[in-house]
Design a protein around this ligand. Structure first.
Ligand SMILES: Nc1nc2c(ncn2[C@@H]2O[C@H](COP(=O)(O)OP(=O)(O)OP(=O)(O)O)[C@@H](O)[C@H]2O)c(=O)[nH]1
Ligand SMILES: [Mg+2]
Length: 364
C-alpha cells in the first residue's frame, strides 16, 4: 500500500517531476503538490502563510506524510512537523528511504545504515543543543539525558559499522588488485539515475541485470568481461547519481564509486530524450561527483542514450547547445541501449580511446 503524501517543491517543471519520481520510487503517492520559489526559509522552510495552507491541506485531504524537496535543518523539520502534526520527509530522508529499499549487498546495507545513523545523529545533536539553551524542553518527547544516551549509542554503532565497512572495502580492494593484475582495461558506466546504464551494460555484456523506470534501480556495482575485436575489456555498471546528494552520502558510496578512479574509460551516460534543461542539470550533477573523486576529463566518453525516442535533428540541437557536439570526436556517441543503434560505434570509440591512452602512458 502506497503512503499518501503532499509534495512541497519548486515551481520548475523538471525539478517537480524529479521530486515526484523520487517520492514514487520510495513508495509514496502524491495526492497534492505545493510549489514555492523559496524552500529555505528559516522557520518552516516555507513561509508561515504557506505552512498554514499545507497544514489545512494535510487535514482536508487526510494526508499521511509531507515530502519536502530540499534538505531541511532539524529545527525546520521539527517546526513543520509540529504544525502539520505529521512526519516531514526531507530530500535527504527520501533518498535514504529509496536506498534502504534497494540495498541488496552487505556493503550497500552497511553504507545505508551509516548514512541513516548520521542523519539521526545530526538531529539528536540539535535536540541536545536546544535543551542546553533551555529551549524546546522535551523536544520530540525526549529529555536531555535521554538524548545524550541516544547519541552515545549512535556513535558506538557508527564506529562498529565503520569497522565492518573497512573490512568489506579491503575485500573489494583485493578483488580489484587481482583484476588489475589480470591486466584487462576497465570501462565504468556512470551517469544520473535512470538514464539507462544497466540497459547498456546488459546489451554490452549479454547480462540480464534488473532495469527499471524507477530511480536508483542499481545500488551496487557489477562487472563483466567483454571481447571487443579480440581485446578483453572489463565493463562495470554503477550506482546512479542525483542532484543535491548530501556530501557524506557521496562519501558513504565512495568505495562503490572508487571503481571509477581505477577505470581506464568512463562512459558518462545521458538520456537524450529528456529536455535540454534536465540533461544540462544531469551533466553538472555527474561532473560534481567525478570532480569530487578526482577523475580526469581525458577518460570520459559522453554517451547520449535513448536515441530511439527522439528525432536526430532535435538530438543534435541539444548536444550543440550543451557544447558537446562534434561527431568526428570519439568522446561523443549517440546510442540506443534498447535497440542497439550505434552500440558498435561506441565499442569502436572505447577500443580506440583505450589504445590512445595506453600509447600516452607508454610515451611518458
Ligand atoms: N526507449 C529506450 N528506453 C531505454 C533505453 N535505455 C534504457 N531505457 C529504459 O530506461 C529505464 C531505466 O533504465 P536502467 O537501465 O534501469 O537505468 P539505470 O541508468 O541503470 O538506472 P539506475 O540503476 O536507477 O541508476 C528502463 O525503463 C529502460 O528500459 C533506450 O536506449 N531506449
Ligand atoms: Mg542501473
Amino acid at each position: 500500500m502506497n503512503k499518501s503524501a503532499l509534495l512541497i517543491t519548486y515551481p520548475v517543471n523538471h525539478i517537480a517531476s524529479e521530486a515526484k519520481s523520487l517520492a514514487e520510487s520510495a513508495g509514496y503517492s502524491i495526492l497534492h503538490t505545493v510549489t514555492q520559489k523559496h524552500l529555505t526559509r528559516s522557520k518552516f522552510g516555507i513561509g508561515k502563510g504557506k505552512a498554514d495552507e499545507v497544514r489545512e491541506l494535510v487535514k482536508s485531504l487526510n494526508i499521511e506524510f509531507v515530502i519536502f524537496d530540499e534538505l531541511l535543518k532539524p529545527t525546520q523539520q521539527y517546526n513543520l512537523a509540529r504544525l502539520c502534526e505529521i512526519d516531514i520527509i526531507d530530500r535527504e530522508k527520501l533518498i535514504l528511504e529509496i536506498f534502504r529499499l534497494r540495498s541488496n549487498t552487505e556493503e550497500s546495507k552497511i553504507q545505508i545504515k551509516l548514512a541513516e545513523l548520521h542523519y539521526e545523529a545530526v538531529r539528536i545533536k540539535e535536540k541536545v543543543r536546544l535543551a542546553k539553551r533551555g529551549e524546546q524542553p522535551g523536544f520530540f518527547g525526549l529529555g536531555k539525558y535521554d538524548a545524550d544516551v541516544h547519541l552515545l549509542d549512535i556513535r558506538r554503532r557508527i564506529s562498529v559499522l565503520r569497522k565492518k565497512l573497512l573490512k568489506e572495502e579491503k575485500r573489494k580492494l583485493l578483488q580489484r588488485t587481482s583484476r588489475a593484475r589480470s591486466g584487462f582495461p576497465t570501462v565504468s558506466i556512470i551517469g544520473y539515475t535512470s538514464v539507462g546504464k544497466t540497459t547498456l551494460f546488459n546489451f554490452l555484456t549479454g547480462e540480464s541485470k534488473l532495469v527499471g523506470i524507477e530511480l536508483f534501480t542499481t545500488l551496487s556495482t557489477s562487472s563483466r568481461i567483454v571481447n571487443i575485436n579480440g581485446n578483453q575489456v572489463m565493463f562495470s555498471d554503477t550506482v546512479g547519481f542525483i542532484s543535491k546528494l548530501p556530501a557524506y552520502m557521496i562519501d558513504a558510496f565512495k568505495s562503490t564509486l572508487q571503481e571509477l578512479i581505477f577505470s581506464n574509460i568512463i562512459l558518462l551516460v545521458l538520456d537524450i530524450s529528456q529536455s535540454y534543461e534536465i540533461i544540462k542539470k544531469q551533466l553538472s550533477s555527474s561532473f560534481t561527483v567525478l570532480i569530487h573523486l578526482g577523475v580526469s576529463n581525458a577518460k570520459i566518453i559522453y554517451v547520449f542514450n535513448k536515441i530511439d525516442l527522439v528525432n536526430l535533428e532535435d538530438a543534435r540541437e541539444k548536444c550543440q547547445k550543451l557544447g558537446i557536439l562534434d561527431e568526428s570526436n570519439s568522446n561523443f556517441v549517440m546510442v540506443s541501449s534498447k535497440t542497439g543503434i550505434n552500440v558498435r560505434v561506441l565499442l569502436e570509440s572505447i577500443r580506440s580511446k583505450i589504445f590512445v591512452n595506453m600509447m600516452k602512458v607508454d610515451n611518458n
